[in-house]
Design a protein around this ligand. Structure first.
Ligand code: TXA
Ligand code: MG
Length: 345
């Protein structure tokens, strides 16, 4: 039985968060909101507690977890050396959607780091998450609170869909804000390397520390990714997603020809196009802005049921700024499938 702890607008917020914190302290796993997505948290120093995260999610053991901390000073509890550029990033972007990879000092459960020499740390920008972390008084290992392979959860309802009955509690504080996960940046070498694009953009990191590299695996499909998690199937909706790269009329052609082939077609489209696209089902994003696409993407991928549609189509988005993270997740959710319009010259 999973305990449900709603804190949004609750008068007894304090007691509910104390309850969640005591569950964490006693080695249980608890889902909680962050500014990016819901996380599935456990005491990062306890092997037994961390093991429960992997079991609940059915997560491969070689994929390390991010450790969430309540203040920047906590970095020094778990790491052996913190270079200047990491301190600069912490000072600039924490609390916020940036995970910093640093050499660890051996105090964390080895399950958290999957046996690597490094650990990913982040201070989330969410009042409820920070209160929970402070009350728990320990680093909290937390991957996204979905079953492995499914879209990450941006509401407590999404968490319950995947994990009800498999975890001790869910802290419900409504929908998350950013909607895609944190940026993972490796600061264990001379130049920071982005291993996973996310809520803090490459452009922002460049403005902060100058040179920044991007893991080549983010651009080229066959290079081996440095972040263990990037190699797995991810974010898969129930019906297969295909991206469409081309004009509005090509998009409609893709829909119509799929329908003629006997498929029921779902589309994810911005509000401005809602009246002009004909499909069997539509998930309408609340605006054309990339911020709303990021926030609403995972909910959209979860919304289509296999009973209702056979395929999902969506047009590609510009991949600058936050669009880099959104397109990275969309390409993974689509398993790399893109239908590209042939240009007639
Ligand atoms: O926004 C987020 O980051 C959310 C919320 C809950 O904080 N968490 C999250 O965790 O997305 P997860 O486990 O779903 O993704 C963690 C990513 C994985 O791709 C993992 O491989 C990578 O971070 N990672 C963790 N530790 C690492 C390390 N030491 N070296 C390289 N990559 C690491
Ligand atoms: Mg995840």
């Amino acid at each position: 039985q999973t305990e449900y702890l709603p804190v949004e607008n609750a008068v007894d917020k304090k007691e509910k968060l104390a309850r969640a914190a005591s569950l964490v302290q006693s080695g249980e796993v608890v889902a909680f909101p962050t500014e990016t997505v819901y996380g599935l948290g456990a005491d990062a120093c306890s092997d037994d507690a961390v093991k429960k995260i992997f079991e609940a999610k059915e997560r491969p053991a070689d994929n390390p977890l991010i450790v969430h901390i309540a203040s920047p000073e906590d970095v020094y509890k778990y790491t052996s050396q913190v270079p200047k550029m990491a301190e600069k990033l912490m000072n600039t972007f924490w609390p916020g959607p940036l995970t910093i990879i640093l050499p660890h000092n051996g105090r964390l459960s080895t399950l958290v780091t999957a046996g690597l020499d490094t650990v990913g740390l982040r201070m989330p920008d969410h009042p409820t998450a920070l209160r929970l972390l402070r009350a728990a008084g320990t680093g909290v290992a937390a991957p996204s609170a979905n079953r492995s392979g499914r879209p990450s959860p941006t509401t407590a309802q999404h968490v319950a869909e995947d994990l009800d009955g498999r975890i001790a509690a869910i802290v419900d504080d409504g929908a998350t804000g950013v909607g895609v996960e944190s940026t993972v940046v490796d600061c264990s070498g001379a130049v920071p390397i982005i291993l996973r694009p996310g809520g803090v953009t490459k452009e922002q990191i460049e403005a902060c520390c100058g040179a920044v590299h991007v893991d080549p695996a983010l651009h080229v499909d066959n290079a081996a990714p440095k972040s263990p998690g990037m190699k797995y199937t991810h974010y898969a909706p129930e019906a297969p997603l295909t991206l469409v790269d081309g004009s509005e009329s090509f998009f409609q052609e893709c829909i119509s020809s799929s329908q003629r082939d006997g498929f029921r077609v779902g589309v994810i489209i911005p509000k401005s196009r809602a009246g002009s696209v004909e499909a069997d089902e539509a998930f309408v994003l609340s605006s054309d802005s990339i911020v709303h696409a990021a926030r609403e993407l995972y909910g959209a991928l979860r919304a289509f049921r296999r009973e209702d549609v056979d395929i999902i189509l969506m047009r590609v988005l510009p991949s600058e700024e936050l669009g880099f993270a959104v397109m990275n997740r969309l390409m993974k959710a689509a398993g790399g499938r893109v239908w590209t319009e042939r240009k007639s010259e």
